[in-house]
Ligand binder design. Structure first.
Ligand code: PMP
Length: 418
């Protein structure tokens, strides 16, 4: 396991962050420190501690998947997000799991489903820390084309067709989709494609049961337009379901609390719960109580609204700076996200953005700005993975710093192009 985990980009990226601490960082995927709800956390913690019984319960161990009382609060929250009449309201609590961030849920599910050599299909590009998890369990990871509307169902279909022709369909166990404001592209899967992706997965569940892992980490981070129902909501309830859903309070409240939620198909409940019980017999009970408290008081919902305003300003600052500084550089394009934390930028195909590239050196050593190289977001075994892209985050910096960072980055790009 250690060998499989040894080449993970996240460690290298964090190292780069430390080594380039004097840079303006458009790289860090952290949330905005100025918006972290210190007051709300303080209020919730003191209200919990002021009731001795509640304080004692919260400071005690919980249950491996979270207590029923807490899971009911989190289920109410998911029901509200899905909208009135959602089948979420009837979800048996046993199918809901509270985890240490959604990252733990992603890991547990992958451990439960994938044996070494099994295949997971992911959008190209996709969330790189999940690629690390897939490497960790020894999965083979294949890229599926994605565009402005998310993963392309036709491309998914043709890859599955191809795998069937190669007699490898039985190896396919999982399709991973970040359904809202993807990390890194900022793109959401369109309304039309949501049921199409699910139908495709069901259609090809012939030789093995294929699950669709829906990572909705940025679901509540939507700054314009309406929020679509989850892919999960398109599946009819049965004993043989395909969609696994996960969400997190890391982006919308606090990553330091490490509270994530997962919704499991019935046939996975026992296996994932067993693995979690072995792992830690329950995530931080106190932190779960803090999040449940702010959900019940309405402080959470008010906080999320204020976040939208704060991030909209920063997103707009980055897009305006992209227009101002990059428009005159030929063959540079970028996507305009409606939410999330990232702008995905492509440079001319001859310009490498990787850690060892002249551009990365120029940016970090001369112009003092850092970005995340796009290569990290593609399966490492994919020979044609693009090398000319960058993930730019507007999470941590304020609007003025974002403007300055984008100016520096454009100067670095111009320096290596000329
Ligand atoms: N999924 C995606 C797409 C993410 O970007 C992240 C955090 N960067 C996570 C899952 C995991 O976050 P957490 O464990 O904090 O919930």
């Amino acid at each position: 396991m250690a060998q499989r985990a040894s080449t993970q980009a996240i460690g290298f990226l964090m190292q780069q962050g430390l080594e380039n601490a004097d840079c303006l960082s458009l790289a860090a995927g952290f949330v905005d420190p100025a918006t972290l709800p210190v007051d709300l956390a303080q209020k919730a913690i003191s209200e919990i501690a002021n009731q001795t019984a509640q304080g004692q319960i919260s400071l005690q161990y919980g249950a491996p998947s979270g207590s029923d009382q807490l899971r009911a609060v989190f289920r109410d929250h998911l029901t509200q997000l899905e909208g009135p009449g959602s089948k979420m309201q009837e979800l048996p609590l046993s199918r809901m799991m509270l985890t240490t961030g959604s990252q733990q849920f992603l890991t547990l599910v992958s451990q439960a489903i994938l044996n070494p050599g099994d295949i997971c299909l992911v959008a190209a590009p996709t969330y790189f820390a999940y690629l690390g998890v897939l490497d960790g369990v020894g999965a083979e990871v294949l890229p599926i084309a994605a565009d402005n509307n998310g993963m392309d169902p036709a491309a998914l279909n043709s890859t599955l067709e191809q795998l069937a022709a190669e007699n490898r369909l039985h190896k396919v166990k999982l399709v991973y989709v970040v359904s809202y404001h993807d990390n890194p592209s900022g793109v959401s899967v369109s309304e039309e494609r949501r049921p199409q992706l699910l139908d495709c997965v069901k259609r090809w569940s012939k030789e093995s049961h294929i699950f669709l892992l829906e990572d909705a980490a940025y679901r509540e981070m939507n700054y314009s337009g309406e929020t679509l129902p989850s892919i999960w909501s398109f599946e009819e309830a049965s004993h043989n379901e395909h969609v696994i859903l996960t969400q997190t309070f890391s982006k919308s409240f606090s990553p330091g609390l490490r509270v994530g939620i997962g919704v499991l198909p019935p046939q996975l409940v026992n296996s994932v719960t067993d693995i979690k019980s072995n792992e830690d017999f329950g995530s931080a009970h106190f932190n779960q109580n803090v999040v449940a408290h702010v959900l019940k008081s309405g402080d959470y919902q008010r906080h999320v609204k204020s976040l939208h305003t704060a991030y909209r300003i920063k997103r707009d600052a980055m897009l305006a700076a992209a227009d101002e500084f990059f428009s005159d550089i030929p063959e540079v394009t970028w996507l305009k996200p409606e939410g999330g934390l990232y702008v995905w930028m492509s440079l001319p195909s001859s310009i490498s953005t990787s850690f060892k590239s002249p551009l990365f050196r120029q940016a970090t050593e001369v112009n003092k700005v850092m970005y995340v190289p796009g290569r990290l977001f593609y399966p490492s075994t994919w020979e044609q993975r693009p090398d000319n892209q960058m993930r730019l985050s507007y999470g941590v910096l304020n609007a003025e710093q974002i403007h300055d960072g984008m100016k520096r980055l454009a100067e670095a790009v111009k320096a290596v192009i000329s």
